[in-house]
Design a protein around this ligand. Structure first.
Ligand SMILES: [Zn+2]
Length: 134
């Protein structure tokens, strides 16, 4: 057996992540009184798009990273250099809602989507793993 072949019994499911960034402002009107988040401010947002699937033995990958990048383009165009509160469905643009919104606008184009992690700052992030199974 060559070093390239998976060992017997090794799980064949893997998760990939591609990281994107965009710039956008938001304002959390529902934040408790005195919260700095209630003031208009911006972030350099970072988004990890997580994709899970089986290893394609022919190509040696789960999915082409370029395919993830192509799927993310409309999401980037919708969010970059925007006031997130103005976007339909993002009237309360917390990291949680941004992660759910991105999932909802990406899952059709990326059926293997397994998670969205939104980094609002270097130390604060939220991961959404998709809706609960029906
Ligand atoms: Zn903020």
């Amino acid at each position: 057996m060559s070093a390239q072949e998976p060992k017997k019994g090794r799980p064949s499911r893997l998760e990939l992540a591609t990281t994107f960034t965009f710039e956008a402002a938001h304002q959390l009107h529902r934040a408790p009184e005195g919260s700095k988040c209630s003031r208009l401010h911006g972030h350099s947002w970072k988004v990890d798009v997580l994709v899970e699937g089986e290893l394609d033995e022919e190509y040696g990958w789960v999915i082409d990273f370029d395919e993830i990048a192509r799927a993310f383009e409309p999401v980037y165009d919708a969010l970059d250099h925007r006031h997130l509160n103005d976007i339909e469905g993002l009237q309360t643009p917390t990291s949680e809602h941004v992660a759910i919104w991105i999932w909802d606008h990406l899952s059709d184009a990326l059926p293997q989507l397994s998670g969205i992690t939104v980094h609002e700052t270097c130390t604060a992030r939220c991961t959404y793993r998709g809706p609960d199974p029906q």
